[in-house]
Structure formats: C-alpha cells, structure tokens
Design a binder for this molecule. Structure first.
Ligand code: CP
Ligand code: NVA
Length: 311
C-alpha cells in the first residue's frame, strides 16, 4: 500500500506514477460506492478551508460535496471575505488556518501562493488551479480516459489550442508520467515552455510515454483516441482573447477535426467551462463523442480520493 497521509497536491510532479495509479483506484471505488448509495463518514468531525481568488463551479462543488457527504464541514472563503494577501500575509494566514483546519484547497493566480500555504500551514494543501497548474483536473481526466479505454498506457491524446496554460502544463506532466502518447497541437508561440517539455520527456524514459509538439491540426490529431481542448483565454487573461482568436481559430475542435483522427472511437474532453463556437463547436460538445459530463463528474470522485488518501 501507499501512505500519502499529510501530503499536499501542488503539482503532479510531486507524485509518482504508482501514487497516481493508487489515487485513481481510490477514485474508482469512491465512484462505485457513490453509485451504489454506500455511505461513509470518513471526514466526520473534520474541516477543510476552500479558498478561491478566482471563480469556480466544478472545483468548488466537487470539494464541498465530496467532503460534506463524508460528514466533514467545508468552509468556503472567497478573497472578498478573508484577509489573505490584503491585510495579512499568506504565511500568517496559513499558520492560522493550519491551527483550525485539517486541510486547505486554494484556487488563484500564483503558484507561489499555494506553495506558501503548504509550507506554513503544516496541513495538506490542494491546488485547485493556479495560473501555472491544475493537477486535480488531470486526475479526473486520467480517470475518464481509463474508464473509456481500460488503460492509460499508450493512449493517444491530442491537446489542441492554448498549449501554454495551466491545463496544458498539467496534462503534459500527467500524461508523461502515466505513459500516454501526448501531442500538443498549437501555434508555436503557444507551445509549453521548453523546461517543462524537457521534464516531461524525462518522465517518458521510464513510462514509455511520448511527447510531440506540432503546429498542424490535421497532422496532430491523426490517430488520436482523445481530443482535448480548453479555453483560448484563461481566467486572468481575458484581455488576450481578441488576439488569441486570430491565431487559434484554425485550432477549433469541430466535427471536421474530430473526423481527422481517422478513428471511430475518438472521444472529446474539455475541462470546462467551455466557450462554445470558439475553442469547440456546440455540435462536438453535444455530440456522441463528447465525454465532458462524465469528466466533470469525475472531478468529485478524484477530489474525494486525494482527500481520503492525504487527510
Ligand atoms: N474545470 C474546472 O476547474 O472548472 P471550474 O472552474 O468550474 O472549477
Ligand atoms: N485554463 C482555464 C481552466 C479553467 C478550469 C483557466 O485557467 O481559466
């Protein structure tokens, strides 16, 4: 077995492939139990602080419902409510929360903030999205892929669009660790940082994963079992949308691109929220290949898994 008690999840880099596999197996169980109506009280008497500097539907609801249905008490704190960063330093806030709560979730701008919370609180801290990473999303993505294809190893996934955002950054690490065949399909200026690609390729040496970068949408999605996309402008960079639309429009995931894989079993994934008719057409979102609602549901089961394993 694995003992992950006390561990934080700030980036998937902190977890070994075996540990990720273990988390996915806990999530699978949690999902089956939830479907069967099996109830536990595994967080009875426990509390978690959910800090949000940015908006959220899925992440907040996944943490609140997963923690609450196990008998725990989640406390939602927007930055309108607490002193964090404004009237009190992150370090001091972290030390106070560490005395009162059993865990912290943080969604916001800087990766350094979530790292400081972990360093100074002394309790498990989960990254619920920063400008740099979105690790809990990738756990849900991997579970969804595993459910569909029965395996992760060798599954060919093409991530199309903004290849430099938190999703691309986390997917490249997660897929490399778990041995997927991962292609970034994006204009060169939106390719991931070279440093990250080097790290991912290093993981591939032991996982037999594959990392490819291409500018060509048709070529990039060829043979893909999964086509994944995300918004063209992430939270905090709304001012970039106009410019992004110019060079990302050839990368829209539409029926034609879905067909370009040359496979019948290709599925479509999106972390959501989606901007329809921009990065993806309504037809694809609503189409038979879309698994986005299963993927969204899996946020809850995988988030429950990471909390069960670490609290
Ligand atoms: N995918 C995701 O993180 O969604 P929210 O922004 O709604 O939490
Ligand atoms: N890249 C998106 C993901 C939202 C879940 C953003 O940061 O806005």
């Amino acid at each position: 077995g694995f003992n992950l008690k006390g561990r934080s999840l700030l980036t998937l880099e902190d977890y070994s492939p075996e540990e990720i596999k273990y988390l996915l197996s806990i999530a699978k169980n949690a999902k089956e139990e939830s479907r069967a109506g099996v109830m536990h009280q595994r967080f009875l008497g426990k509390t978690i602080a959910l800090i949000f500097e940015k908006r959220s539907t899925r992440t907040r609801c996944a943490f609140e419902t997963a923690f609450g249905e196990e008998g725990g008490h989640p406390v939602f704190l927007s930055t309108q409510d607490i002193q964090l960063g404004a009237k009190e330093s992150i370090e001091d806030t972290a030390r106070v929360l560490g005395r009162m709560f059993n865990a912290i979730e943080f969604r916001g701008f800087k990766q350094e903030t979530v790292e400081a919370l972990a360093k100074y609180s002394g309790i498990p801290v989960y990254n619920g999205l920063t400008d740099l990473y979105h690790p809990t999303q990738v756990l849900a993505d991997l579970l969804t892929i595993q459910e569909e294809f029965g395996t992760l190893k060798g599954v060919k996934i093409a991530y199309v669009g903004d290849g430099r955002n938190n999703m691309a950054n986390s997917l490249i690490i997660g897929c490399a660790k778990m041995g997927l065949d991962f292609t970034i399909v994006a204009p060169k200026k939106l390719w991931p940082e070279e440093k990250l690609v080097t790290i991912a390729k290093e993981y591939c040496k032991t996982s037999q994963g594959l990392i490819t970068l291409t500018e060509d949408p048709k070529e990039g999605v060829k043979d893909a079992q999964v086509i994944y996309t995300d918004v063209w402008a992430s939270m905090g960079e709304e001012d970039k949308m106009k410019q992004r639309m110019k060079f990302l429009s050839p990368y829209q995931v539409n029926q034609e691109l879905m067909k370009s894989t040359g496979r019948k079993d290709t599925i479509f994934l999106h972390c959501l929220p989606a901007v329809k008719e921009k990065e993806v057409t309504t037809e694809v979102m609503e189409g038979y290949q879309s698994r986005v609602w299963d993927q969204a549901e899996n946020r809850k089961h995988t988030i429950k898994a990471i909390m069960l394993a670490t609290i």
